[in-house]
Design a protein around this ligand. Structure first.
Ligand code: SAM
Length: 308
């Protein structure tokens, strides 16, 4: 058995130190064991702290910690980020000045986008769920685009999430949308089938062009999670992320949600055969995410703790 396979088998779903890796391969030179780990960082192994590694054979990992600090993730190790950050809306949708979120909130700063750019692979997509533009957030939404650009992202497109038949009629204008703002790290990766330039014997394209897998729709028309089924405030429907994943990722790829809430992105990933790394600050929510994902997959979902 190869060193890599042996390590995955022995340390599946748990972290290990270099010494433990050497001990697990007693007949092999330490340099070779170390070299195999380094060679496979980002694909089979991840460095989670100095001298501590873990296998990434799992389909889903929940990290209890801050998604604004991704030091446990290698540079260029993530195929896509889909996230919905807890932005600090000081003007409630119902009017007046108060925070309406029951979870910790913040506004993005430049370092958040620099960190996203660091962990994403070149050409990969960054998908930010953002509120529909309003009198209280238009300036912030502009700042998000500028911070992304400064970090090396290119604006790709914005697609509305139309909340099915739901309409909120508070505030100045009836609302039934949020937006998904999509960027690429540098030039977008090639996921768009080029049907003009050759198909294989099964009729599948053999060449791909720069861009998402197919032209993005005008909107994702998906009903929100019914109020009585919501397990976490601002929870998005899994079906929304399932649709999005088809456009911006391939099966088997690694998707990061830095602010996971209910874990809806994780469930969508499992259903669409993608791997998920989910970060959530609130311990109780992280525990609930692990339970939720465990219910839709065979393997146990472990929670890793990361210092905040
Ligand atoms: C808007 S909600 C995410 C909703 C999620 N997309 C869903 O469908 O359930 C934002 C989440 O970020 C969490 N959060 C706040 N600050 C965080 C931080 N620094 N790191 C990780 N999670 C954080 C909140 O506890 C909340 O659950």
């Amino acid at each position: 058995m190869s060193i890599k396979k042996n390590l995955i088998e022995i340390f599946k779903s748990s972290k290990f130190t270099l010494k433990e890796a050497y001990d697990a391969n007693p007949d092999i030179a330490k340099e070779s064991v170390r070299a195999r780990i380094y060679e496979n960082l980002g694909t089979a192994f991840r460095k989670i702290d100095r001298g501590i590694y873990m296998t990434i054979a799992e389909d889903a990992i929940v990290i209890e910690g801050s998604g604004r600090n991704l030091r446990c993730l290698e540079d260029s190790s993530i195929d896509c980020i889909i996230t919905d950050h807890p932005w600090n809306d000081t003007v409630s949708t119902k009017g007046g000045n108060r925070n309406f979120a029951s979870y910790p909130v913040f506004n993005y700063e430049q370092h958040d986008f620099d960190e996203k750019a660091r962990v994403l692979k070149e050409g990969s997509f960054l998908c930010e769920v953002i509120p529909a533009e309003s009198e209280s957030n238009f300036d912030y939404l502009y700042q998000i685009k500028k911070m992304a650009q400064t970090a090396g992202f290119q604006y790709y497109a914005k697609v509305a999430w139309k909340k099915g038949t739901f309409v909120s009629n508070t505030g100045r204008k009836a609302k039934n949308t949020e937006d998904i703002m999509i960027f690429s790290k540098g030039k977008p990766r090639a996921l768009k089938p080029d049907k003009q330039r050759g198909l294989d014997e099964n009729g599948n394209p053999t060449r791909y062009m720069s861009g998402t897998n197919g032209m993005l729709p005008t909107c994702f028309d998906v009903q929100p999670v019914p109020k009585k089924e919501i397990i976490s405030q601002s929870e998005k429907p899994t079906a929304l992320f399932e649709q999005l994943l088809e456009y911006v990722t391939l099966p088997g790829e690694i998707v990061l949600d830095q602010f996971a809430g209910s874990g809806a992105v994780g469930e969508a990933c499992i259903k669409k055969n993608r791997k998920a790394i989910l970060v959530e600050l609130v311990k109780e929510k992280a525990t609930n995410i692990a339970k939720r994902l465990h219910a839709v997959m065979i393997d146990e979902v472990l929670i890793k703790k990361m210092a905040v």
